[in-house]
Design a protein around this ligand. Structure first.
Ligand SMILES: [Mg+2]
Length: 250
């Protein structure tokens, strides 16, 4: 049976952990870690955490071995017997460093803004900033980014209180999930696993689309809205209730 094996793809912020004010402090709670650990303990489950964060940071936050991690929206993938880095993104690394340093300088006057160089992407977090200054920050950000955007080498995306600069490569969470699934059926598992994807933000929509008709896609959100996901759960807690049910299946 194809459904005997499952491949979980789980976004991190807003899915496995509530979105926190201070993004560098989003550690996984011990009871949540246990749910993921029990999923991993079942050999029929493949588990991948897929996030916009860098792999190194995810490792520190989650602290579980044998977990496959897809960082920078899937542009880097690492885990037992699996490894990938998007070449185009790798080539853009010096440019992204330059952009991160420029943004750090130019946005320095905005209190509560955090510019993060994640190697293959750059994030500008503004959740900690007073709401009334958000539009001013965004205007400044887009102005500073103009010359880079015009060159067509980078793209800008928006998420929940985050602006992101990514290399202009044809790759996203959807491509990453498909790449991992293909590698799994080739090398690691004899049977094709049934994909289950959970996520809460814009970049997860790419994965929802990629898995249409092929797996279970679940949005984590109080409202279903205009999502491409086929189902939704209302909160991080409900996401864990769902995952807990799976890990309980003998
Ligand atoms: Mg998220």
């Amino acid at each position: 049976m194809a459904q005997d094996r499952r491949a979980f793809f789980l976004d991190y912020d807003g899915t496995l952990t509530p979105i926190v004010e201070d993004p560098p402090k989003a550690h996984l709670s011990p009871n949540h870690r246990e749910v993921i650990a029990s999923l991993l303990a079942d050999e029929k489950n493949f588990v991948c955490v897929i996030s916009g964060r860098a792999i190194e940071q995810l490792k520190g936050f989650i602290g579980l071995k044998d977990l496959v991690l897809a960082g920078n929206h899937g542009m880097e993938i690492a885990g037992p017997s699996i490894s990938y880095v998007n070449e185009g993104a790798l080539r853009a690394k010096p440019l992204l460093k330059e952009i991160a340093e420029m943004l750090q300088r130019k946005l320095n006057d905005f209190q509560g803004v955090l510019v993060e160089n994640k190697g293959l992407t750059v994030s500008v977090h503004y959740r900690m900033m007073p709401v009334k200054r958000h539009s001013h920050l965004k205007r400044s950000f887009y102005r500073e980014m103009e010359k880079f955007s015009a060159s067509n080498t980078i793209t800008i995306t928006r998420g929940k209180k985050i602006l992101e600069v990514s290399p202009n490569v044809v790759w996203d969470k959807g491509f990453a999930v498909k790449w991992i699934l293909a590698s799994l059926s080739d090398y690691l598992l004899k049977e094709r696993p049934y994909p289950i994807y959970m996520g809460d933000d814009e970049t997860d929509e790419d994965a929802f689309r990629a898995l249409k008709g092929r797996g279970l896609t679940i949005l984590v959100s109080p409202r279903k809205g205009a999502s491409e996901a086929s189902y939704f759960v209302k909160s991080v807690e409900e996401a864990y209730q769902f995952l807990g049910m799976f890990s309980a299946i003998p």
